[in-house]
Design a binder for this molecule. Structure first.
Ligand code: GLN
Length: 486
């Protein structure tokens, strides 16, 4: 039962072959038995209350396709009932008085919340090792990182601890953990999904999206998640869409752009092999490969690591010991209280970003760093528009290597940043991007580690990405593979 897709579970629920309560209990047991550290907060009573309400709706006949389906939320979305920590000591005991819009939408559809998923502190990281609640283990190889910052979301789906999860992507945090854990995830176009109640990291980049086993499941989740929200000033006003509408469209004649810069010397050969094999598969499906160039790819790292910290330093100023969360217990005056609260409440990486952000925004450096980065950001977006004149979608690796060993890069923040090379530019441009499983690399001593294929589309072309991903998943089974002990 735990290996079934959302689509399959929905049929079982609607035909009364299983109840929402049975399903919730089944996943709660699996979560309790897991040693992956994927969850930060579980509350069985609340989960079972939602499951009972879902069963009532199913019995009354006013259920949606998602009623009774269990879902777990990245602990960056605020939730009434479950704690909302953002993986930080600062918010370790924080309870939100309201639900994020995304959570509200899933609740309204009758989904059943399983709990909150571990993540890097304030979503800053690529390995989930920056969480105050400890790292998450990769279910394929417990000595490997699950990727980040949505490590809990990807690990939970891979280990079949939940059939659906929310995640957020600021510079790769949906696509990269999905790739490292062999699951499917989509980062929608910036503005598609409401940021209201998503604890802010870098507001011009942050975007929520789903992680699940299949592209079709992601489409079903996105159908609920996407939509205009007057409470988010950057939410786009567009009519709602059915993202499953093009699932079965033929790929005959599809032009796939293959960026030269994504296949350079930094790319590990096992990742390259798996990605090239996937491209071959697409050729068999009728697509043609087009050699393209995204010349500013390398600049995405310095640009992102100026803009994201700048926005973070501003967003995180609200954590002052007065308004939310942690407050130092001993201090001499107000200024001392601020300092001690922030010194105690934030972890090392978050402090590093606040320092960098405050520096690049400061008088005298603003023009040299922040303004310059904004200008190059514009050029990066232009690169993509030039490329989309030659192709319908772009494909390449999600990350230069498979998941690395836990602890491998913890002393070297720059090594972590460099590993984001293939995901940052999509985020800077605000484009939709996806990761789907396409094979395995060498990785650790005994265990295989998954490889993801990245699919990037033009603005608001999510239905196309899902079509392209679904067609591949109809002729391959990488997305159905699961770690040995699950
Ligand atoms: N790894 C990137 C960072 O550390 C991206 C994180 C994200 O997308 N939330 O900022």
């Amino acid at each position: 039962m735990h290996t079934k897709t959302i689509k399959q579970l929905s049929v079982l629920l609607h035909t009364k072959q299983i109840s929402a309560t049975e399903l919730a209990n089944l996943f709660l047991r699996r979560m309790q038995q897991s040693d992956l550290n994927a969850f930060t907060h579980i509350d069985e009573t609340l989960t079972l209350q939602q499951a009972a309400a879902a069963d009532k709706r199913l019995a009354q006949g006013d259920a949606t396709a998602l009623t009774g389906i269990p879902i777990a939320h990245k602990d960056i979305f605020v939730t009434r009932g479950w704690r909302s920590t953002a993986g930080s000591k600062m918010l370790a005991n924080y309870s939100s008085p309201f639900d994020a819009t995304v959570v509200e939408q899933f609740n309204a559809a009758g989904m059943v919340t399983l709990g909150k998923l571990n993540c890097d502190e304030f979503a800053m990281g690529s390995s989930n090792e920056n969480s105050f609640f400890g790292p998450v283990k990769n279910p394929w190889d417990k000595s490997a990182v699950p990727g980040g910052s949505s490590g809990g979301s990807a690990a939970a789906i891979a280990a079949r601890l939940a059939p659906a999860a929310t995640a957020t992507d600021t510079g790769g945090s949906i696509r990269q953990p999905a790739s490292f854990c062999g699951v499917t995830g989509i980062k929608p176009t910036y503005g598609r999904v409401s940021r209201f109640g998503m604890i802010a990291f870098a507001s011009s980049l942050d975007q929520g999206g789903p992680i699940a086993k299949t592209a079709e499941d992601c489409a079903l989740l996105l159908n609920e998640m996407a939509g205009f929200d007057p409470r988010d000033s950057t939410s786009v006003e567009r009519d709602s869409e059915d993202f499953t509408r093009d699932l079965n469209g033929s790929l005959q004649g599809l032009k796939i752009g293959v960026p030269r810069e994504y296949f350079g010397p930094g790319l590990a050969s096992d990742v390259e092999q798996a990605v090239r094999a996937a491209l071959n598969e697409y050729e068999k499906l009728g697509a043609t490969l087009v050699d393209i160039s995204l010349p500013k790819t390398e600049l995405s790292i310095p640009v992102y690591y100026v803009i994201a910290p700048a926005e973070a330093s501003s967003n995180l100023s609200r954590f002052d010991g007065v308004r939310y969360g942690h407050r130092a217990s001993e201090y001499t005056d107000l200024s001392d209280m601020y300092k001690k609260t922030r010194a105690e409440g934030f972890g090392e990486e978050v402090k590093r970003r606040i320092l960098v952000g405050a520096y690049v925004l400061s008088h005298g450096y603003y023009d040299a760093y922040y303004l310059q980065a904004q200008k190059i950001r514009r050029l990066i977006a232009q690169d993509f528009q030039d490329a989309f004149r030659q192709c319908d979608v772009i494909m390449g690796p999600v990350a230069p290597t498979v998941a690395w060993d836990l602890g491998d890069k913890t002393d070297d923040p720059v090594a972590n940043y460099l590993a984001d090379i293939f995901t940052l530019s999509t985020s800077l441009a605000g484009l939709p991007g996806m990761s789907i499983p396409c094979g395995f690399g060498q990785g650790g001593k005994n265990a295989k580690r998954p490889v993801g294929l990245q699919i990037i589309g033009n603005y608001f072309n999510e239905a196309k990405l899902i079509n392209v991903a679904h067609q591949y998943q109809s002729v391959t089974d990488w997305h159905l593979r699961q770690p040995a002990d699950t």
